[in-house]
Write a protein that binds this ligand. Structure first.
Ligand SMILES: [Zn+2]
Length: 229
């Protein structure tokens, strides 16, 4: 049985605004439309979007062509790993397919980009699981919207002995960690896999912060000093 990450459960946040409704910028000229599209990217305001658009316009037309080609090919070339949910060109992804990694430890993260951040810290040699969001009742995101079912299947199937909860230290991150802790403990008490250790990244990560902005040393320490929950 292969779990699917392509169902409705995935919530990458943000991307929705690109898909909703018809093109919002009819009536604007090509430059305005480009600025408007670029300004929807995270961390890009109207001003930087304008700078980018003029830069593209000033550059050799082949640059715009290359950019367009890469963007158009992105969704064809890259998909979700059917095992862990991170982005990959091959399925399963190189991490899931690597026999040299410790398949008995799964590090659970919110988003696919967290995998890259943790990989860069070179501190972790186990597998990952991308939840596709965090539990946020006010935004209507419940455990059923995340890939928790797939995670439990993996835990059951792969004889996992440790699950590391590496959610960001925010209210939603904590809520999700507590929920996972509970379901994993209940599963562990069922005794099929024996005791599963559930750990959480140690302190050092800024409260309310984002894994993405933690420096490598902080992240490494946080892994080494992870605590049993
Ligand atoms: Zn994978």
């Amino acid at each position: 049985m292969s779990s699917s990450f392509n169902g409705s459960g995935f919530n990458d946040g943000g991307a929705d605004s690109f898909n909703r409704g018809k093109r919002p910028n009819q009536g604007l000229n090509a430059l305005d439309r480009l600025v408007s599209i670029l300004s929807k990217l995270p961390g890009v305001g109207k001003k930087s979007a304008g700078r980018m658009a003029y830069h593209i316009l000033d550059a050799d037309p082949s640059y715009a062509g290359m950019l367009a080609e890469e963007l158009a090919a992105l969704h064809q070339a890259i998909r979700r790993c059917s095992q862990c949910g991170s982005f990959t060109e091959s399925d399963p992804c190189p991490i899931c397919a690597d026999p040299g990694r410790d398949h008995s430890i799964i590090c659970v993260v919110e988003r696919a980009q967290d995998v890259r951040v943790i990989e860069e810290s070179k501190e972790f040699r186990g597998l990952f699981h991308v939840l596709g969001g965090l539990i946020a009742p006010l935004e209507g995101i419940s455990p059923g919207n995340l890939t928790i079912g797939q995670l439990m299947n993996r835990v059951r199937r792969e004889g996992v002995r440790e699950v590391i909860l590496a959610m960001n230290p925010t209210i939603e991150g904590d809520t999700t960690a507590l929920y996972l802790q509970k379901v994993l403990k209940e599963f562990s008490a069922g005794g099929i896999n024996g005791d599963i250790e559930v750990t959480r990244l140690a302190s050092g990560l800024p409260v309310g912060g984002d894994l993405e902005y933690a420096d490598r040393l902080t992240l490494s320490r946080s892994f080494r000093g992870r605590v049993k929950v």
